[in-house]
Design a binder for this molecule. Structure first.
Ligand code: MSP
Length: 513
């Protein structure tokens, strides 16, 4: 059987339009999914929308639309954002779909039969914005630790016996040191669980927009119980013996933001263990974006709109910035200046100029064909070797989600190629040693083939243009072709070159060096 890989984004609340945080989670997940596909894995990449709960119901009321219609409209915005960002998800789940409702109700009944769910009374704090319960001891100045407003809730509620899972969870964390990344988040989770777990309230009675609790129409499921189940309902749960489920569960990676680690790393594995299902293999919690140093918020009206950004600068530029700008796992800051500087220096200058210089020299001096080559010098071999070795360096980067290093490592070779072209000066060789000029241009074109193949996960469009310029056949673009056997063949006719990354011009900014 093929090697498989299952990666998920969180399902996005269908209560508002997409913002840069959503674009970020989807883009980094897409980068990993594309890498794994190119590396020969059968990949399932899931995203979707979280459509139930009080927060969504309130937003629908505010918009004056029935929740059923409201979520359909909002969910479409997320699919549109994905299309615009070239997100290659294989499935998009909506929690209002039948397949999901069935799975969530099945899981509920199973846990109830096993004595893991009981009816009680909840009295405590609830933050609508986070859709989360908080203990008194967690509040800071009367607010949730996230800064969200809390309200006192007292109602009949079903509970999940989370308290019984403290030891098994701690054992699982210990046996699987890479279950939660980065390490800082892992430590946080372990400390939280070590302090002791209380049973979790998993139903609500004061509103109706949710999945009905089986056999008790007064209750709807707590939105997180419903939402987390999406990761298994999308692969056919409760039919655990179908090929889809057997190939893809446990998920290899749940990509989440740091604000929702507790749900994924504590509640979710406990729910799964209680149902005798295996917990996911890993969870990565990425950081948050701020805008010019400030938290993005409705009141400041300073949200960064990913759609406007793509429309203004281009999809590959946005994907490159998001995956390269910050140490993956840490918080990052978006500013127009940082964006323009990153794009102009790495894309227009480093990569764009390299491609443009090489392709136009080949066009003018080699008849628009892949140049022929003579014996390689040590310098040539060195550069070719570093391109050949790239994939070996990139695999562990993807495996450990050290994502910003991906661009860094490739740009290391792009820097080498730029220094090589300056040193070899093919424009001088043109007058004195045409054979050597052709060899130098061949080496550069071949290095660009590797780079073109390897940047596909970050910039699928630019990569495909670059590989088109080199006349690399579409069926020779995955990682098994990163070998000398598939090296460019001299004499192959190439299309007319054109610039790949225009410089972003601004009145005041021309910061890039
Ligand atoms: N519906 C839940 C997830 C359920 S998964 C079973 C949810 N949705 S969300 O729409 O609020 O958030 C989705 C993702 O966006 C989360 O991973 C969150 O961390 C991320 N971000 C929200 N704001 C962000 C930033 N400012 N920066 C980076 N990511 C942020 O939570």
């Amino acid at each position: 059987m093929n090697k498989t890989f299952y990666i998920t984004t969180p399902i996005y609340y269908a209560n508002d339009k997409p913002h840069i945080g959503h674009a970020y989670t989807s883009t980094v997940s897409d980068m990993i999914a594309r890498f794994m596909r190119l590396d020969g894995y059968q990949v399932k990449f899931l995203s979707g929308t979280d459509e139930h709960g009080q927060k969504v119901q309130k937003s629908a009321e505010k918009a004056g639309i029935k929740p059923e219609e409201f979520v359909t409209l909002v969910s479409q915005n997320f699919r549109d954002m994905h299309a615009l960002l070239d997100i290659s998800n294989d499935d998009f789940i909506r929690t209002t779909q039948k397949r999901h409702i069935n799975a969530a109700q099945y899981l509920w009944k199973l846990l109830e039969e096993r004595g893991q769910i009981y009816l009680g009374k909840y009295a405590g704090w609830y933050a609508l914005r986070d859709e989360a319960f908080y203990a008194e001891s967690e509040l800071i100045n009367g607010k949730a630790p996230t800064g969200a407003d809390v309200e006192w809730v007292e109602e009949e509620s079903y509970f999940f016996k989370l308290s019984e899972w403290q030891e098994p969870l701690l054992k699982y964390y210990e046996a699987n040191p890479d279950f939660i990344r980065p390490t800082s988040r892992r430590n946080e989770v372990i400390k939280f669980v070590e302090r002791g777990l209380k049973d979790l309230s998993i139903s609500r009675t004061t509103f109706s927009w949710g999945i009905p609790v089986p056999n008790n129409p007064n209750h709807v499921m707590y939105v997180w119980f419903d939402a987390l189940t999406n990761y298994i309902s999308a692969i056919g749960y409760p039919e655990t013996d179908n090929t889809n489920f057997m190939s893809f569960w446990p998920a290899d990676l749940h990509m989440v933001g740091k604000d929702i680690v507790r749900f994924h790393a504590v509640y979710w594995p406990a729910m799964l263990m209680a149902a005798s299902l295996r917990p996911p293999r890993s969870i990565f919690a990425h950081g948050f974006w701020t805008h010019a140093g400030q938290k993005m918020s409705k009141s400041l009206n300073n949200g960064v709109d990913p759609i406007a950004l793509v429309e203004e600068y281009g999809v590959d530029q946005v994907r490159y910035f998001l995956t390269r700008e910050v140490v993956f796992g840490a918080d990052g800051d978006y500013s127009k200046e940082a964006f323009i500087s990153r794009v102009n220096s790495n894309l227009a200058n480093d990569l764009g100029n390299l491609v443009q210089r090489v392709m136009s020299m080949i066009d003018k001096n080699c008849d628009g064909k892949i140049p022929s080559y003579q014996a390689f010098t040590e310098e040539d071999e060195h550069l070719l070797q570093s391109a050949l070795e790239l994939v070996v360096l990139l695999r562990p980067i993807i495996e450990t989600q050290d994502l910003h290093r991906y661009g860094e490592v490739i740009w290391g070779v792009i820097g080498d190629a730029n220094r090589y072209i300056d040193r070899e000066a093919p424009w001088v060789l043109k007058k004195v040693d045409r054979e050597r000029m052709e060899t130098v241009l061949y080496v550069l074109a071949e290095v660009m083939r590797y780079i073109g193949i390897l940047i596909q996960p970050i910039m699928p469009r630019a990569a495909s243009k670059m590989l088109d310029l080199l006349a690399v056949s579409p069926n020779k673009r995955d990682f098994q072709h990163l070998t000398v056997i598939d090296a460019l063949k001299p004499g192959f006719i190439l299309p007319k070159p054109y610039p790949l990354f225009p410089r972003i011009q601004t009145e005041t900014t021309d910061i890039a060096s």
